[in-house]
Design a protein around this ligand. Structure first.
Ligand SMILES: NC(=O)c1ccc[n+]([C@@H]2O[C@H](COP(=O)([O-])OP(=O)(O)OC[C@H]3O[C@@H](n4cnc5c(N)ncnc54)[C@H](OP(=O)(O)O)[C@@H]3O)[C@@H](O)[C@H]2O)c1
Length: 222
C-alpha cells in the first residue's frame, strides 16, 4: 500500500489531500496541531501526528517518529498568508516572523528530515507554493510578505531538488482555491485543486525534479 505524508492537514487543501489519498486506498500519515483536528483525521482513517511546523521540538519529533517509514508522496502544505497588504506597508516583527517561520524556516527544517524517507521509494516530494511566488509573472505587489515567503520557499525547494538523485521534488501552485486562505470567491474548489495536484504528482518523471508546476501539470514561470 503506498504511503502519503501530508503536513498541515487540519483544513483546506491539506485536509482534502489526506481524504483523497485515503479514499484512493493509500495509507495516510497526516499532521495537525489541534486535538480536535487530530481526532477528525483519525476518524477519517488517517494516522494523525501532532505537529506545529514552527516548533523545533515538534519537527525533530516528526523525524524520530517517521524514521522507519518509506514515503511514496510527502507534501508540505502548512502555510499562512499574513497581512493582506495592497501597497508597500512594512510588516511588523511579529507578522514577519510568523509568515517567514511558517512558510520558509519550517521547510528548511522539515524537508531535510522527509527527503531521505521519500528517496527510499524514489517517490515525490512537493511543497505548496503559489502563483504569487513567481517574480517573472508578477504584476502587482499585493501581499508582498506572503509573496516573499513563497518565493523563498521555491528557492528552498530548488535546493532540495539539487541535493537528490532519487526523489522528484516540485513546488506546486494549487491555483486560487476556495479555502479559508483563498476565500469563497476563489476560482476553483478544493476538490478540483487536490485532484489536479494528485494527478500531477502521479505523472511526474525524474526529469521533472526541481520544477515549479501548476495543479494542472503545466509548468509555471519562476
Ligand atoms: N487557497 C489558495 O488559493 C492558495 C493559493 C496558493 C497557495 N496556497 C497554499 O496552499 C497551502 C494550503 O492553503 P489553504 O488554502 O488550504 O490554507 P488554509 O485553509 O488557511 O489552511 C492552512 C493550513 O496550514 C496549517 N498551518 C498553518 N500554520 C501552521 C503551523 N505553524 N503548523 C502546522 N500547520 C500550520 C493550518 O493548520 P491550523 O488549522 O492548525 O491553523 C491549515 O491546515 C498553503 O501553503 C498556502 O499558502 C493556497
Amino acid at each position: 500500500m503506498p504511503v502519503a505524508l501530508i503536513i498541515g492537514a487540519s483544513r483546506g487543501i491539506g485536509h482534502e489531500l489526506a481524504l483523497q489519498y485515503k479514499a484512493a486506498g493509500w495509507r495516510v500519515i497526516a499532521t495537525a496541531r489541534k486535538e480536535e483536528d487530530l481526532a477528525a483525521l483519525q476518524s477519517a482513517g488517517c494516522e494523525a501526528l501532532s505537529l506545529d511546523v514552527t516548533n523545533l521540538n515538534d519537527c525533530t519529533g516528526l523525524g524520530r517518529h517517521l524514521n522507519d517509514e518509506k514515503l511514496d508522496v510527502a507534501i508540505l502544505n502548512a502555510g499562512v498568508f499574513g497581512p493582506r497588504t495592497d501597497g508597500l506597508t512594512a510588516p511588523d516583527q511579529q507578522q514577519f516572523d510568523a509568515v517567514m517561520h511558517t512558510n520558509v524556516w519550517a521547510a528548511m527544517r522539515i524537508l531535510p528530515i522527509v527527503l531521505p524517507l521519500v528517496e527510499k521509494t524514489r517517490g515525490r516530494l512537493a511543497v505548496l507554493s503559489s502563483s504569487m511566488a513567481s517574480i517573472g509573472e508578477r504584476s502587482n505587489p499585493a501581499g508582498w510578505l506572503y509573496r516573499a515567503s513563497k518565493t523563498a520557499l521555491n528557492s528552498v525547494l530548488k535546493d532540495v531538488s539539487l541535493s537528490t538523485e532519487k526523489a522528484i521534488c516540485v513546488a506546486m501552485d494549487p491555483g486560487w482555491v476556495q479555502t479559508d486562505m483563498g476565500g469563497s470567491g476563489a476560482e476553483i474548489t478544493v476538490d478540483v485543486s487536490v485532484a489536479g495536484i494528485r494527478q500531477t504528482l502521479a505523472a511526474l518523471k525524474p526529469a521533472d525534479n526541481g520544477k515549479y508546476l501548476e495543479y494542472t501539470g503545466a509548468e509555471h514561470g519562476w
